[in-house]
Design a protein. Structure first.
Length: 339
């Protein structure tokens, strides 16, 4: 399978790259991430050029990665800085490929394509994750499906009415107002559920006084698989800008053709110092994302051989426009890069 390589993907959360070596497969490449002496993160191909041993099985020595097999050492640029054998010669054949890395907004981004094309300004804005006016909880989960299935799932949040019915089902579902907005580099699916009862989850945080509630559930896609969700709720008639809301991190990084990494988070603008609300959001993420979304998309992935055998194509519904547009844009990026 072809992946778009000239793009920024999330490789890890900062807490995952501590004092050791983190091994992670990204876009079918084995990558090792680690902290350099100044604290910055470096990423190398997890492959010693001598006998192709995984560098992640080695150790960090004096700020460099030492191969576990014959002791070659590499700095954060991939240059071999020590050859303990013979004359100690270090020809360029002993260097390892390195990858551009940017740590920003509580995320570690990696560029797996041509180094000269890596522009940090192209990284989407997730500053909500570190805003002092918000509180963020989140995590990382491996998902056993092609990354595009999870992107489809996230770009069509109407599935919450059925997959997440215990917490997110709305009696205003039949009145949903939907708008798809396409702009340079992004696609948004905007949904508003007017004048309904609070969902089970919303009722935990909003006392509506038995008044109807407006609910917004928007999501914005940036290439290739970075999405920012905006969930807001307020007593009907309240401006959207004055709502209680959460900015949701939903970033999917391909691992292999049939597996991916899911980096998620919720950055709320209310109860920012309340650990009980932290726990409520973590429980929601565990149930909705891991116990409900994960089994669905993995079951769809498992059906792929049957779909291919019968030559089937997905039937289209009114809720599919944003996901279809995103899929076409990823197709376009893949074709452009292949050319």
């Amino acid at each position: 399978m072809t992946f778009v390589r000239n793009a920024w993907y999330v490789a890890a959360l900062p807490a995952e790259v501590d004092e050791g070596l983190l091994s992670r497969k990204l876009l079918n490449d084995p990558i090792v991430l680690y902290r350099q002496p100044d604290g910055t993160c470096a990423a190398l191909l997890d492959l010693c050029p001598h006998r192709f041993a995984p560098l992640s099985m080695g150790i960090i020595k004096d700020g460099n990665v030492q191969c576990p097999y014959h002791g070659l050492e590499f700095d954060g640029t991939g240059r071999c800085v020590l050859n303990p054998h013979g004359s100690g010669a270090r020809p360029s054949a002993l260097d390892v490929r390195s990858f551009p890395v940017v740590e920003r907004d509580g995320l570690i981004w990696i560029w797996c394509g041509e180094k000269g094309a890596a522009d940090p300004n192209a990284i989407p804005d997730y500053s909500c994750r570190i805003s002092p006016e918000r509180r963020t909880v989140g995590g990382h989960a491996p998902i056993d499906c092609n990354y595009r299935l999870l992107v489809d799932n996230l770009m069509d949040l109407s599935h919450a009415q059925f997959v997440h019915r215990a917490n997110a089902q709305s009696d205003a579902f039949d009145r949903v107002r939907r708008e798809v907005v396409v702009s340079d580099g992004s696609i948004q699916n905007l949904m508003m559920y007017p004048e309904g009862s609070p969902t089970t989850f919303v009722a935990k945080f909003l006392d509506s006084g038995n008044k109807p509630v407006d609910l917004w559930n928007d999501i914005k896609w940036n290439a290739v698989s970075s999405m920012l969700n905006f969930i807001a709720f307020a007593v009907s008639g309240t401006p959207k800008e004055q709502s209680l809301n959460s900015m949701g991190t939903h970033i999917v990084t391909p691992e292999t053709e049939t597996t991916c990494h899911y980096f998620f988070g919720a950055s709320r603008n209310f109860a920012v110092d309340d650990p009980a609300v932290d726990d409520a959001f973590r429980a929601w993420q565990r149930q909705a994302l891991i116990q409900e979304d994960k089994p669905i998309v993995e079951a769809v992935e498992a059906m792929r051989p049957v779909v291919q055998r019968y030559g089937l194509r997905p039937a289209m519904l009114a809720c599919d426009e944003a996901a279809v547009r995103v899929g076409r844009e990823i197709d376009r990026l893949e074709r452009a890069e292949a050319a």
